[in-house]
Design a protein around this ligand. Sequence first.
Ligand code: ZN
Ligand code: ZN
Length: 169
Amino acid sequence: MLRVDLGQLDREGSVAVEASIPAEDGLWDGAGLLWDGDVVVKLQATFAGTGEVVARGTVEGRLRQECRRCLKAVDTPYAQALTLVFVSDGSEEDGDGGAYGFDADQAELDLGEAVREEVVLAVNPYVVCDPECKGLCSRCGADLNEGPCHCSENEFDPRWEALRRLKSE
Ligand SMILES: [Zn+2]
Ligand SMILES: [Zn+2]
């Protein structure tokens, strides 16, 4: 899907690669991401020199995440500009920071792994449903956005403390 025909790239100098990757596609296995619908990848691959391919474009989709404070489901739009650099394995520039390797003798260059890696790095794992989210009470687990729980009232009341001790014994 996310493949560049290296023969075509050689002939035309630039090749557009577009794909809608389903949320359940194997590409996302182990990425720890939950997508809502397809992830649309649009890249333009060009030869940037001998044994070097650059793919530029965008990745867009909707992520299903959890509020880090109250665990409520949060749908976040995801849009990311990408620049992927591939350096052929035999090239002198191999090992350059941030570049992906590829085998220039192959008929195709698979962009999938690189796209996945960049997306995983770019996703913010710490989302909140609202900047004002009060989160869950660490003691009783109540959603504090729906109002205060009773823990705070009881916290400094020694009678409750005594009762709690009785219960746990
Ligand atoms: Zn929240
Ligand atoms: Zn509580």
